[in-house]
Design a protein around this ligand. Structure first.
Ligand code: RAT
Ligand code: ZN
Length: 416
C-alpha cells in the first residue's frame, strides 16, 4: 500500500488522479449527434457562446441588434478580434476557448482563426464527439431536454435509440415557468388540459410527466427558478410542482433538480446573454426536503452569497444533493472557494461541478479548469490529514475522486 505523505507528493498524486478520473457531467446543454443541428460544436460556436457575446457587447459600440443580425461566422470574427486580438483574452470564457483549441492539438500561438475553422470542417460529428469526450476524459454527459423547445420533440417521437454517452434530463422550465404557453402546446399534443389547473388538468400533466420520464429514461427532472422562488405557492408553478412534479418524482424514483437564483432578461437586448443573478431563499429548499422526505432534490444556486446557507441545509437532509458551480460561479476563484466550503461542511458528499457546456468542445476546458480547482482543494485537505499522522493511500485518493466526479451522482439516483 503506497502512502502519500509529502505535501508536494500529495499535490502531484491528487492532480494526476483527478485528471485521470472519468467524469459524469450531470448538467450540459449538449445533444447526442442523433439530434442533428441541436448539437453545437466547432470554433465559431465556441466564440459566439453567450458568455462571450455578453463580454463582446460590453466593449463594442455596435448596436445589440446589429450584432445579433450578423451571420454566425461574422459574430465569431468580431469576438475573435475584440476579445482575443485587441485585448488579451484573460476572462475565463476566453481562456476556455484557448484551452480547448490547444488540447485538440491546434496551435494557439498562431492566432489563426481560419486554420482552426479548417480543422473543425474536417471532423465528422460522430467521431468528433468521441475525440472530445476522450480529450476531456468524460464518461458521459447529461443533456437538457425541454420538450417545449419545438426542435427537440420530433427527435424523441421519431424514436431516439439512445446513446450511452448522452443521458436525458427532463427540463421543466417551459411547463413550470410559462403555463400560459405550455397549456395550448399540450392540448395540441393531445392532453386534455385547461388554463385553470383543475383536477383533470393536473392529472393530464402528471400523465405527460410519467410518459416522458419513461420515454427519455430521464435521470432527473429539472427547472431553473428566479431568486424569489417560493414553495408552497398559490400560482400555476406552485400547483404544478405540488400536484404533478413531486408525485411523479417520488413514484418514478427520479430527483427534481432545482437551479435557483437566475434573474431572467435583465437586459433583453442581450438575448441568451440577458440573464443576471439574485439572492434566493434557502429555506424554500430546506422546507421541500423536510416536507417531502420521499422525494430527492438536487440543488445548485447561482448567488455566491447563498452557498454557505445551502451547505448547512444539505447537512440536514440526505435527500438533498448539492451540485455544480453554476454559470457565473464557474470561475476558478469561485469554484475553489465553494469546493473548499462544501468539503469542509459536507466531506465528500456533494458533486463539485457540472460543465453547463453548450458547445461540445467546452467540456474540455470546463473540466480541465474545474479539475485543477477540485484537486487543489482535495490535496490541501489530505495535507491537513497527513499533518495529524493519518495516512492516505493512492487508491483511497482515486476512490474519493471517483465519488466526487462520478459516483455520488449515480448513487444519489440509485442507479449504477
Ligand atoms: O449556463 C448557461 O448556459 C445558462 O444560459 C443557462 O442555460 C443555465 O445553465 C440553465 O440551465 O438555465
Ligand atoms: Zn444550464
Amino acid at each position: 500500500m503506497s502512502h502519500a505523505t509529502d505535501t508536494v507528493d500529495i499535490r502531484e498524486i491528487v492532480a494526476r488522479t483527478v485528471a485521470k478520473t472519468p467524469v459524469t457531467d450531470l448538467h450540459t446543454h449538449l445533444y447526442a449527434p442523433a439530434f442533428g443541428p441541436l448539437l453545437l460544436w466547432g470554433v465559431d460556436e465556441m466564440l459566439t457562446y453567450h458568455y462571450l457575446a455578453a463580454e463582446l457587447l460590453r466593449v463594442s459600440n455596435m448596436p445589440y441588434d446589429a450584432y445579433w443580425a450578423l451571420p454566425r461566422k461574422q459574430q465569431a470574427e468580431l469576438v475573435w478580434r475584440e476579445l482575443f486580438i485587441e485585448r488579451s483574452p484573460v476572462g475565463e470564457a476566453c481562456r476556455g476557448v484557448l484551452t480547448a483549441l490547444d488540447r485538440l492539438g491546434l496551435d494557439v500561438s498562431e492566432r489563426d482563426l481560419d486554420a482552426y475553422r479548417t480543422y473543425f470542417a474536417d471532423q465528422r460529428p460522430e467521431d468528433h464527439v468521441d475525440t472530445v469526450l476522450k480529450t476531456a476524459n468524460l464518461k458521459c454527459v447529461v443533456m437538457t431536454n425541454d420538450l417545449f423547445d419545438a426542435s427537440e420533440r420530433p427527435v424523441w417521437l421519431k424514436g431516439f435509440d439512445g446513446d450511452k454517452r448522452f443521458h436525458a434530463a427532463l427540463r421543466l422550465d417551459g411547463l413550470l415557468n410559462d403555463w400560459g404557453r405550455a397549456c395550448p402546446a399540450m392540448r395540441e399534443w393531445g392532453y386534455d388540459v385547461e388554463p385553470n389547473l383543475g383536477l383533470k388538468t393536473l392529472g393530464e400533466v402528471r400523465r405527460f410527466l410519467d410518459e416522458w420520464i419513461l420515454r427519455m429514461d430521464a435521470l432527473y427532472m429539472a427547472a431553473s427558478f428566479p431568486p424569489d422562488f417560493a414553495f408552497p405557492e398559490d400560482s400555476p408553478r406552485g400547483r404544478l410542482i405540488e400536484s404533478c412534479v413531486l408525485p411523479a418524482g417520488r413514484d418514478n424514483g427520479v430527483p427534481f433538480a432545482m437551479m435557483i437564483g437566475v434573474k431572467r432578461n435583465v437586459n433583453p437586448a442581450l438575448k441568451l446573454a440577458a440573464d443576471g443573478v439574485g439572492l434566493s431563499n434557502v429555506d424554500v429548499v430546506a422546507r421541500l426536503c423536510a416536507d417531502y422526505p420521499d422525494n430527492r432534490f438536487m440543488v445548485t444556486m447561482l448567488a455566491r452569497e447563498n452557498q454557505h446557507e445551502l451547505c448547512v441545509a444539505a447537512r440536514k437532509f440526505r435527500n438533498l444533493l448539492l451540485f455544480g458551480c453554476w454559470w457565473f460561479l464557474n470561475n476558478p476563484s469561485l469554484i475553489e472557494e465553494m469546493t473548499r466550503m462544501r468539503m469542509e461542511l459536507l466531506g465528500l458528499s456533494f458533486v463539485p461541478q457540472h460543465s453547463d457546456a453548450r458547445v461540445l468542445e467546452q467540456v474540455i476546458y470546463k473540466w480541465e479548469h474545474s479539475r485543477a480547482s477540485v484537486a487543489k482543494v482535495l490535496s490541501s485537505k489530505y495535507a491537513d490529514l497527513v499533518a495529524t499522522g493519518w495516512q492516505v493511500t493512492e487508491s483511497e485518493i482515486a476512490r474519493d475522486a471517483t465519488r466526487l466526479l462520478d459516483r455520488n451522482f449515480w448513487d444519489f439516483l440509485g442507479r449504477s
